[in-house]
Design a protein around this ligand. Sequence first.
Ligand SMILES: [Zn+2]
Length: 332
Amino acid sequence: MVAFGFLFALAAASSTLAHPIHHHQDRDLRIVGSSMSTVWKRQAVPGSEFSVLVDGNKAFKDSTDSALLKKLADEGQAPPFMFIGCSDSRVSEGTVFQAKPGTLFTERNIANQFQPTDPNAQAVLSYAVAELGVQHVIVMGHYGCGGIAAAIASPPASSVDAANGAVQAWIEPIREQLRTSTRTEIVELREKIKGRTDVEEPEISDPGFRALVEENVKAGVSRIAANSVIVNHYATLAGVKASERRDDHAPLGDVFIHGWVYDIENGEVRDLGISVGPPGKAIPAPPFAAVAKAAEKTTVSHEAPKAEPVQSVEARCQEQCKTKRSFLPRDH
Ligand SMILES: [Zn+2]
């Protein structure tokens, strides 16, 4: 067994060395989202390739309230939102929402997945809920997602290098969803590509592709709602009197989980109508237009909306920031 393991490791290492990552040389080497997320011929950037970042940072500094930056630096963060989004460069949460610093505590990965076996996502959720006291956890997918497109396309025919192997492993839960979903558009897509080994990434307008983007968000919301961090938080909330909520030591506020989808073609954010919250609590409706078709298929209860304004970053800082200067655990 040990010998086999050694041989396997040796083979993997030599394969990686023999096939370094040259994205375009091997037709069999499928890179995630190669048609959906990637433009091989980049536009030439005038001057330094970094100038776009330098200029952007200058514009950000010039337009951002320096007092807010100082306050956040001095008192710490108390973001109202935790955000899980795709790593795609077109869907940055700071860009899409023009969010000020201190607004969104974020985790991004290929195809905005939440897996309880992913220690990064688990740590972000734990810290966001138990320490930062976020009020809303948002999972946001996007149409045209390269990770979802790659999960629809046939897997590479030949062995893959280490980098693409990691991508293929990461998108496997989405392939599983494609294999098992009962949603009409996805069933039709599955039938269309059944038995084929040459499936290309779909067009952005493909109904099955769009449905799988939405179903992947729903899966993320469901996994978060079932996660021990949320289950324990809701259980604790249920046993705590209202008068004891949100003291300075333990942020025991209501936490709601939402599923949204972003349209990279027109910049719109839409609500999938799958929000969940603590048992018995009315769920504040996200003020985004609904994706009607996706909402029809929801299996998660969505209770009547209730007006509950989100506190400003500044107001929340008054309550909580003093104990949340950094990512280090607080003294208890
Ligand atoms: Zn994506």
